[in-house]
Design a protein around this ligand. Structure first.
Ligand code: 3PG
Length: 208
């Protein structure tokens, strides 16, 4: 529910968006991010082993693991069973929001327009992902949402980096941002978890 999402998303300014398939390095990756100050981890369901990666990361002390790219009810059941504490979707189709009512962990649905935000709000959602944030107009659009939709808070994701994250986080209706910049594919491939921890520390120092 909204209170649970609020308490999770308030903990750190950035949610790393992780595309990872290698189960054997999953714990090291999660440990680096948690050590750097980013406990909330979104693991996208885009790789064959994503649920196994989630199970490994959920064992890491301090990690709050969620699934991303949630599109179907079966994704939600699998996320819950793998140990997720939250779920993220690129969209907010009514059928998905209705199916989420039977799942014990909260969903952060994605929206890109006022009508979509209002539809989700009518279903009881007050925390939404703004996706894809930069392509959909970025901070001016979120700023324009604030006055007519004052009760809705956003986690913008898509095209965010350490520089524009500061601007998003300065908006009154942004609780945190999501992004993959803290988990560069080349650092993961090289097993450079020190670099990932440093990127996480830099991201965690942003004002929320
Ligand atoms: C995604 O779904 O891949 C996220 O929106 C991440 O976007 P980014 O790679 O632009 O941070």
């Amino acid at each position: 529910d909204a209170a649970t999402l609020k308490s999770i998303l308030s903990v750190a300014p950035v949610v790393p968006v992780i595309i990872h398939d290698d189960v054997s390095s999953a714990r090291n990756l999660a440990e680096a991010l948690v050590a750097g100050g980013l406990p909330n981890l979104e693991i996208t369901l885009r790789t064959p082993n994503a649920l196994k990666v989630i199970e490994e990361m959920a064992k890491v002390k301090g990690a709050v693991v969620g699934s991303g790219t949630v599109r179907r009810k079966k994704d939600m059941k699998a996320s819950r069973d793998a140990g997720c504490q939250f779920m993220v979707s690129p969209g907010a189709p009514l059928a998905l929001l209705e199916a989420a009512e039977d799942i014990s962990i909260p969903l952060l649905p994605g929206i890109a327009s006022p009508t979509e935000a209002m539809a989700a709000s009518l279903m009881g959602y007050s925390y939404l992902k703004f996706f894809p944030a930069e392509a959909m107009g970025g901070t001016p659009v979120l700023k324009a949402f604030a006055s007519p939709l004052p009760d809705i808070m956003f986690c913008p994701t898509g095209g965010i980096d350490i520089e524009n994250a500061k601007i998003y986080l300065g908006l009154s209706n942004v609780i945190c941002v999501g992004g993959s910049w803290v988990v560069p594919a080349d650092a993961i491939a090289a097993g450079d978890f020190d670099r990932i921890e440093a990127l996480a520390r830099e991201a965690a120092s942003l004002a929320q």
